[in-house]
Design a protein around this ligand. Structure first.
Ligand code: ZN
Length: 404
């Protein structure tokens, strides 16, 4: 595949009210928005082959810097040709900065071999202006991650979009803590940019890497706005919205964007990190003006027997997810499906539904904990979210044509 070496752009192709449809050009080809990114934490979407991911067609595949840094190591992946070559996947990819996992995993899961106790010993990460000292959740080894190091690791991994290293505070944080933290995140962003520029924004493999900044600020309008101004003043290719608030609480997630919308450049893609537990969340967030999403829910819930079902309904505004099942989910382990010969969803275009795998078979595989279940169920769930973003995109473009 011929890679474009110095290229990243975001073009808005259509708008309807606050929602946008666009295209991001990356070194590994175009990625259409709105997009739901498949989550391949450890350079694999659990239970899926790279061919399965391509068939599902998420516009971007996300991998996790923290996990890959610990195992198999960014230098090894670079020596093996970078993330794309390593996992035999030649489409656009994004790596996160590792910050979130450092705080949530490394921070709390130091499991030392305490002789007289089986209890894991918890040791918090130590945060300073220079970076974060934390402990590997694999073996407890002490590791220091700085903002420049995070970018350097991502340069070795070689995704098309990389993320600035940020501090992710809990929602319960008071304003004083947020103020200190935002200044730190801003300074880390500038140090990350220095590292990014030091390699002329190119990956170890030689292609352009877009860098996204992250807007934090908890639940506070004032601090979200300050963060938005700070991040907008830096030469980022896109902006993400992070923190506990975003993704978990939809009202707050939408509010965060409405507070900051006039302060951020409209031509940058807007990524709501971790948002997408339910299809309706994606619809609401697109309606609010976000472009990019990721969430582990589709794969995690698939493995736990929860399958999504439904379609986008644009006959009412704001648009809704129309489903025969509560919250758009069915529990495949329920006895009612044991003799059900229908696919998970009759009009779903995923491989599993298209090939005629029945609810009865999936019910049986799930109950028997057969590995094939994880593949078939994950394909359906991820494709359902990707299909939703395709439906959203069509609806936006169609209305854009009508209104212009
Ligand atoms: Zn399906």
């Amino acid at each position: 595949m011929k890679l474009s070496m110095n290229h990243f752009s975001f073009t808005i192709q259509g708008q309807y009210q606050q929602s946008r449809a666009g295209v991001i050009q990356t070194a590994h080809g175009p990625a259409l928005t709105p997009m739901f990114m498949a989550v391949g934490t450890r350079a694999t979407v659990k239970a899926l082959r790279s061919e399965d991911i391509k068939e599902i067609n998420p516009q971007v595949l996300l991998a996790n810097t923290y996990h890959l840094f610990l195992r198999p190591g960014h230098q090894r992946i670079a020596a093996l040709g970078g993330l794309h070559q390593f996992m035999n996947y030649d489409r656009p990819m994004l790596t996160d900065s590792g910050g979130f996992q450092v705080f949530s995993l490394g921070a709390q899961l130091k499991q030392t071999a305490k002789r007289n106790s089986n209890q894991p010993q918890l040791k918090p990460a130590k945060i300073s202006d220079e970076g974060v000292k934390f402990y590997s959740h694999l073996d407890g080894e002490e590791i220091f991650l700085s903002p420049a190091k995070s970018i350097e690791i991502q340069q070795y991994l070689g995704a098309d979009i990389i993320m600035s290293f940020d501090e992710c505070l809990p929602d319960s944080s008071n304003e004083q803590d947020i103020e200190v933290s935002l200044l730190r995140t801003y300074n880390w962003a500038k140090k990350g940019i220095e590292q990014w520029e030091s390699r002329r924004r190119l990956s170890e493999q030689g292609h352009y890497q877009a860098l996204f900044g992250i807007i934090q600020g908890g639940k506070y309008r004032k601090w979200r706005q300050i963060a938005a101004k700070q991040m907008s003043s830096l030469p980022f290719d896109g902006l993400a919205f992070g923190g506990e608030t975003v993704g978990y609480n939809m009202e707050d997630s939408k509010q965060v964007l409405s507070w900051t919308q006039s302060l951020i450049p409209p031509h940058l893609p807007r990524y709501a990190m971790g948002l997408g537990r339910d299809p309706q969340n994606i619809i609401d967030a697109v309606w609010a003006g976000f472009d990019m999403f990721d969430c582990v829910a589709p794969t995690r819930l698939a493995r736990n027997g929860t399958l999504y079902s439904g379609n986008l309904d644009t006959s009412v505004e704001p648009w809704i997810w129309q489903s025969d099942y509560q919250k758009g989910r069915l529990q495949i382990g329920n006895a009612e499906f044991a003799n059900d010969t229908r696919p998970i969803q009759v009009d779903c275009d995923c491989f599993t539904c298209r090939q005629g795998y029945t609810r009865a078979y999936l019910h049986y595989l799930y109950k028997a904990k057969e590995l094939t279940y994880y593949l078939l169920a994950s394909i359906h769930n991820v494709r359902t979210f990707v299909r939703l973003t395709e439906q959203l995109r069509s609806a936006i473009l169609e209305r854009n044509r009508k209104t212009t």
